[in-house]
Write a protein that binds this ligand. Structure first.
Ligand SMILES: Cc1cc2nc3c(=O)[nH]c(=O)nc-3n(C[C@H](O)[C@H](O)[C@H](O)COP(=O)(O)OP(=O)(O)OC[C@H]3O[C@@H](n4cnc5c(N)ncnc54)[C@H](O)[C@@H]3O)c2cc1C
Length: 452
């Protein structure tokens, strides 16, 4: 046997699975056909947040009338900065892999039999296997990708120059983040969303979605909701037909960015032959320990189904590594998610609507960000935090839109994972003036009601 564990795919899920298995004493190899860090580090979370943070810095300065002078982005230098960040994070992963003596094999892995992985014409034998091959954009019949003017998000972010009129198909997380980015770059941006609301994503409250819509529209983004669409031409212009319940319209742009539709990557891996079950869409079925139907095979990250997030992939890799290494751990009950729109969003657990559908009685407590002094000093007093609690004050879900939401939500995830009640949070003092004080205010208000 060459290895105790072979991990296929060096994205976030594969890296954490490899590192954790090795930490627990296993002899590990990780096989990556492209770049370590996968989608998140090279093409998604890290580069997109670098660009979004940069444009947000500019919007913040332009809305601060006590800052004078023209602030502009030098996109060439920003591109260099972005690549530098990717390199630094990758180097840090590479040094951890080295420290744990994990063999990194560059090449495309294929699997035909349990316990064997073929790469670069050689067969490697292994006791355990972790499939961490991720997901990729799907070219849909109504929105066929052509790599030129109908593209996926990553291609769009890497075009040498962006045209003026950009149409984004899908008002989900990626659609909203890209609209934020492109609008801040002074492009005319249109979002076309099939559902009657923006961000039709589990866990995101309708009021949060409406707040984001308002803010994007104030910035000049055109948003079509409840709209069926289809690309009918993509020569020099991309032409869509759009249909709402009451009207049809032709919408034209220079570039269409398709943010909907992904599929798991399992080509070359014969799931049937290794007795690993998948669902109708091809995602590998796993339990809360990342185990597949074959006890010798684990699957983590996007290839193991929703949520398709690096947050989940990271943890699922650790859980797979733990269990392979003999530690009996499970996925957390709550996986928070963050959206880096013009106003940040952080969500965890269920929304009021979802709780109601599930027959769970919940009380909503809301604090406006304008009630938090730090939101004013940051010149960002818009937004709110809402939490939903049961009759004993146990938190069942939280939705925040506003400055710092992507950080505050982690504290609430911690409280929920530990089954803390409002009365527990009330005992904790947060420092002043900080955005986290919104949690103190929520607990105060949940217990004693509004005092102002
Ligand atoms: C625009 C955008 C922004 C995003 N932003 C965020 C965010 O802010 N936060 C967040 O949590 N998530 C975000 N995501 C989602 C996140 O990128 C993915 O959920 C995450 O990358 C999944 O990690 P993974 O390890 O499962 O797969 P991947 O990152 O896809 O890695 C899989 C790796 O496997 C390799 N591979 C595949 N097949 C083989 C094979 N046969 N042999 C060898 N190697 C193979 C691939 O080359 C790849 O490197 C974003 C996604 C997009 C598109």
């Amino acid at each position: 046997m060459n290895y105790d564990v072979v991990v296929i795919g060096g994205g976030i899920g594969g890296l954490t699975a490899a590192i954790r298995s090795s930490e627990l004493g296993k002899k590990v190899a990780i096989i990556e056909k492209d770049e370590l860090g996968g989608e998140c580090l090279n093409r998604a979370c890290i580069p997109s947040k670098t660009l979004i943070d940069a444009v947000k810095l500019v919007s913040k300065t332009t809305k601060s009338n006590w800052i004078s002078g023209k602030v502009e982005i030098d996109y060439d230098r920003l591109g260099v900065f972005k690549n530098e960040i990717i390199k630094n994070v990758k180097n840090s992963f590479t040094s951890v892999l080295k420290k744990y003596n994990i063999d990194v094999i560059k090449g495309q892995a294929s699997v035909k039999r349990e316990g064997e992985v073929e790469v670069n014409g050689k067969v490697i034998t292994t006791d355990m296997m972790v499939i961490a091959t991720g997901s990729e954009p799907l070219s849909l019949a109504d929105f066929p990708l052509n790599g030129r003017n109908v593209v996926d998000p990553w291609t769009a972010m890497n075009l040498p120059s962006l045209p003026n009129n950009i149409i984004i198909v899908g008002g989900g997380v990626a659609g909203v983040e890209l609209a934020t980015l492109f609008r801040a770059m002074n492009k005319n941006v249109t979002i076309i969303e099939l559902m009657p609301r923006l961000l039709p994503v589990p866990g995101i409250d309708i009021e949060v979605a409406n707040e984001v819509k308002k803010r994007l529209e104030e910035k000049g983004v055109k948003i079509y909701l409840n709209t069926k669409s289809k690309i009918v031409k993509s020569d020099d212009k991309v032409v869509f037909t759009t249909q709402t319940p009451s009207s049809t319209e032709e919408v034209k742009g220079d570039l269409a960015v398709i943010t909907i539709g992904r599929k798991p990557v399992t080509n070359g891996i014969d799931l049937k032959a290794i007795k690993v079950d998948s669902d109708q869409r091809g995602y590998i079925k796993v339990d809360n320990k990342a185990r597949t139907s074959n006890p010798k095979v684990y699957a983590v990250g996007d290839v193991a189904g929703v949520p398709l997030s690096a947050t989940k992939a990271w943890r699922q890799g650790i859980i797979a590594g733990d269990n392979i290494g003999g530690k009996n751990t499970e996925m957390p009950k709550y996986i928070p998610s963050s959206i880096f729109a013009d106003l940040e969003i952080g969500v965890v657990g269920q929304t009021a609507e979802e709780l109601k559908k599930a027959g769970i009685d919940a009380r909503e407590i809301k604090v406006l960000m304008r009630e938090i002094p730090r939101a004013w000093t940051l010149n960002e007093p818009e937004g709110f935090l809402k939490v939903y609690v049961d009759s004993e004050g146990k938190i069942l879900g939280a939705n925040m839109v506003g400055e710092g939401a992507t950080e505050v939500i982690n504290t609430l995830a911690l409280a929920m994972e530990l089954s803390l009640k409002l009365s527990d949070l009330y005992k904790v003092q947060f420092s002043h003036p900080t955005i986290s004080e919104v949690i103190t205010e929520i607990s105060q208000r949940g217990i004693y009601g509004e005092i102002y």
